[in-house]
Design a protein around this ligand. Structure first.
Ligand SMILES: *Cc1c(COP(=O)(O)O)cnc(C)c1O
Length: 396
């Protein structure tokens, strides 16, 4: 018997695609994957060395549930250095990836029926995590014409007695949007006025282009900081997705509740990965510049080529490593299995006919778009674009 809770969440719409792509690969078909949500770079050597050292030194035991003091200190130093924010160790908790940080936040702040406002397009796990924690996701749609920016008055109209929190993700997965100070101020003001928490997912902070600057909403005012749960990690910035280290900084009472929950569920994040994370945060960041330069080159190439493809338009993303092209011009055309009705049909068609795996916009709550990750080689991007064009030309 499966619980009512487990039945609340649908299997990820990306899963069907992913399973199918893997099956095709296993059958020897060369599929180009634009679906990946992780850097294609290796973890920098000095960080791996720190992990090896920790292993040799026998740092292989349980640690404090909320993380080793050395890592909390490194996180506090990072938040001060990069974001101008001061946090005490008791205001920080390390979890098994930023995804786990988010999950623990919803465990700690949601009671049954509490509403959480989620701007769309959203990262796929937000609505699912809210549902798994007895909350109600309330989707705030945004428009491509506005660059998917938030309209504070739209947001205001969604706030009810039951609203507990609003999730912000900037730079955004999937759109690459980075909010400007004005937008963050307006959202912060709303949160203060209606006594809401701001869940601020900043995992793509380091991946910004064209001179865009990351502003953490918590740095805008003390009032806003008091209600913000700042989530960050090292997966995306340090090419460390497999290590599973993320963290939350926020009000002490919530951090304490999250620590209690974590202590009764996972206990501490992996001890060796924590020592590697200390090095990631305290060590040199010179690997970042070449990684960014390469992402930037691919971003410009990919978006230019998408815009030069009939039926597709694409905004230039300012952060992260995804393009989010508008493909509504293609919907309604006919393929071998009938009409391409939506982004999901199109993604399936491109997988079967172009051998290119990507994620339909519907997975992010936005129909008429696709998400293409450029965390893959330039050769793959060039070949992928060729294949997409060829397959689109065959549609009627
Ligand atoms: C990748 C990602 C995460 C999770 O990162 P981990 O630290 O690997 O768990 C969280 N939020 C967004 C928007 C992401 O894209």
């Amino acid at each position: 018997m499966i619980s009512e809770r487990a039945n609340r969440v649908k299997p990820s719409p990306t899963l069907t695609m992913d399973t199918k792509a893997k099956e095709m690969k296993a059958a020897g078909i060369d599929v180009i994957s634009f679906g990946v949500g992780e850097p294609d770079f290796d973890t920098p050597g000095h960080i791996k060395e720190a992990a090896v050292r920790a292993l040799r030194e026998g740092k292989t035991k349980y640690t404090a549930a909320a993380g080793i003091p050395e890592l909390k200190e490194a996180i506090a130093a990072k938040l001060l250095r990069d974001n101008g924010l001061t946090y005490k160790p008791t205001e920080i908790i390390v979890s098994c990836g930023a995804k786990h940080s988010l999950y623990n936040i919803f465990q700690a702040i949601l009671s049954p029926g509490d509403e959480v406002i989620i701007p769309a397009p959203y990262w796929v796990s937000y609505p699912a995590q809210v549902l798994l924690n007895d909350g109600v996701p309330v989707i705030a749609d945004t428009r491509e014409e506005d660059g998917f920016n938030l309209d504070p008055s739209d947001l205001g109209s969604l706030i009810t007695e039951r609203t507990r929190a609003i999730i912000l993700n900037y730079p955004s997965n999937p759109t690459g949007l980075a909010y400007d100070r004005k937008t963050l101020e307006a959202v912060g003001e709303l949160a203060v006025k209606h006594n809401l928490h701001i869940v601020s997912d900043e995992v793509y902070e380091k991946l910004l282009y064209d001179g865009a600057e990351h502003i953490s909403i918590a740095s805008i005012s003390e009032e806003i900081k008091k209600r913000t749960l700042l989530v960050n990690g090292i997966s995306k910035s340090h090419a460390m997705t497999g290590w599973r280290i993320g963290y939350t900084a926020g009000p002490e009472d919530i951090i304490k509740a999250m620590t209690k929950i974590q202590g009764q569920s996972t206990s501490n994040p992996n001890s060796i990965a924590q020592w590697a994370a200390v090095e990631a945060l305290n060590g040199p960041e010179d690997f970042l510049e070449p990684m960014l330069r390469e992402f930037d080159r691919r971003r410009k190439y990919l978006v230019t080529e998408l815009n030069a493809t009939e039926g597709i338009t694409c905004m230039m993303p300012r952060g992260a490593f995804y393009a989010f092209p508008n493909v509504s011009g293609i919907l309604g055309r006919k393929g071998p299995d009938g009409e391409i009705k939506d982004s999901s049909d199109l993604a399936m068609y491109l997988l079967e006919e172009a051998r290119v795996a990507l994620v339909p916009g519907s997975a992010f709550g936005k129909e008429g778009f696709l998400r293409i990750s450029y965390a893959t080689s330039m050769e793959n991007i060039e070949e992928g674009i060729r294949r997409i064009r060829g397959a689109l030309e065959r549609l009627q």
